[in-house]
Write a protein that binds this ligand. Structure first.
Ligand SMILES: [Zn+2]
Length: 421
């Protein structure tokens, strides 16, 4: 990197040399992840670290088994460089708890899904704690099977994506829409069944981890993931950190008041009326369709999507109406949080070519600056949740100098300490 504009030595200059080494180690791991297979010379060029520092740290990472010396590179002349890659022996188990089913996967450090399983269950808000425990025992059994099936991998833990919010210090699930997971100590049950490190987080946050670590938004510091299903929740990356708020409850934008409270408006799951999710969720889309087609027995949002894909006009109008409300809420979030990107996750993204222009035009129409955020759909919401759940575990295990946030060190952060390593 250029040293022409080298900043005044800030507080990091007093960091211990051990801290400096850990920061540089993390910078190198992140750079390998983004550019692998990559040579030591290119790592030095990409990070601004001294080639000797790169060699020492890469040697340590190879000794620790995190990094593998890979194939030989090709140069027009001179010694052929050895490329290094992250060792994909490192893996995590992932569970995505959805209403009606759990998706499970074994995921390696590069985000590859090594194997997937599905466990269906018949649970609803009124199910008992015993029924919930039985379902967890069945899920854990399948998780153990996945672990055994990939016995050549080193599993560092289990990441769990849930639709409620999780208080990160206590692992307490604060609420659990549609499924009674909060009737039991989900974390304790899974720990007892699987005896491994367990990380739990909200599904939208899981997608945020997936996009930041495995997706196309690895350098975006301000990003929203908006999950649209029976309700609407968001994961917020603000200035490179996951915003959690009091008790980890930040992101429940589905309950912001989009319309005035009204006696004849649909009642939200939270007990209020006028909430954004009563106008823009899957449930709202289905309601709009039934208003247009009162004789229809259409029961699920998936069926509505299929009708819309087949060109049914009433289905398309219902989806359009839902999109307009989705767009209005997103414009509010964009005005208040100034994200660089908004990523939508949910079944509705199957109709993305129709929905995207509605969202973009609203964001432009309501923007008061020349810049509007990029809007994208998560390509495969199920896979994104699973990869994100695995990333919760792998990031925590891999990185030393960061706490469990997505604020990974930037390449310019080694400047103050580079000589000390
Ligand atoms: Zn509400």
């Amino acid at each position: 990197m250029s040293t022409a504009n080298k900043p005044a030595r800030p507080r990091r200059a007093i960091a211990s040399s051990e801290t400096a080494r850990e920061i540089n180690r993390d910078i190198l791991l992140r750079t390998i992840h983004l550019h692998q297979p990559v040579s030591r010379a290119d790592l030095a060029r990409l990070t601004g670290l001294q080639p000797s520092t790169v060699s020492v740290i890469i040697g340590q990472l190879i000794d620790e088994d995190w990094v593998l010396p890979g194939e030989l590179g090709r140069l027009p002349r001179g010694r052929r460089p050895t490329f290094v890659v992250l060792n994909d022996r490192h893996a995590a188990l992932a569970i995505d708890l959805r209403p009606g089913r759990a998706n499970l996967a074994a995921v390696d450090i590069n985000g590859k899904l090594l194997g997937r399983e599905l466990v269906a269950y018949d649970l609803h808000a009124g199910s008992s704690a015993d029924e919930a425990k039985t379902a967890i025992a069945r899920i854990a059994q399948v998780a153990r099977k996945l672990r055994t099936a990939h016995g050549d991998r080193l599993f560092h833990g289990l990441g769990v994506s849930v639709s409620g919010r999780v208080e990160q210090k206590t692992h307490r699930l604060l609420f659990s829409p549609n499924v009674p997971w909060n009737q039991i100590d989900l974390y304790a049950e899974l720990s007892r069944e699987l005896e491994m490190l367990i990380e739990m987080d909200n599904a939208a946050n899981a997608c945020l981890f997936s996009e930041r670590w495995f997706g196309n938004f690895s350098d975006v510091a301000n990003m929203l993931v908006v999950s649209v299903s029976e309700g609407i929740g968001a994961g917020l990356l603000i200035d490179g950190r996951v915003a959690r708020g009091r008790d980890g409850m930040a992101g429940e934008f589905g309950h912001m008041a989009l319309e005035p409270v009204s006696a004849d408006a649909p009642v939200c799951g939270c007990g209020n009326t006028g909430c954004w999710e009563t106008f823009a969720s899957n449930r709202a889309g289905l309601r709009y369709y039934h208003e247009l087609a009162p004789e229809s027995e259409l029961a699920s949002f998936q069926e509505l999507i299929e009708l819309a894909q087949a060109g049914d006009l009433r289905a398309l109008r219902a989806i359009d109406r839902m999109s307009v409300y989705l767009a209005r809420g997103l414009a509010t979030l964009a005005a208040g949080l100034a994200p660089e990107a908004i990523i939508v996750v949910g079944d509705c993204t199957a109709l993305w070519p129709r929905i995207r222009p509605v969202l973009e035009s609203q964001l432009i129409a309501r923007s008061f600056t020349p810049q509007t955020p990029r809007v994208a759909a998560a390509v495969d919401g199920d896979a994104a949740r699973l990869r994100g759940a695995a990333a919760m575990v792998l990031l925590k295990t891999l990185f030393r100098s960061t706490d469990f946030t997505l604020r990974l060190p930037r390449a310019d952060e080694q400047v103050a300490d580079r000589e000390s390593c």
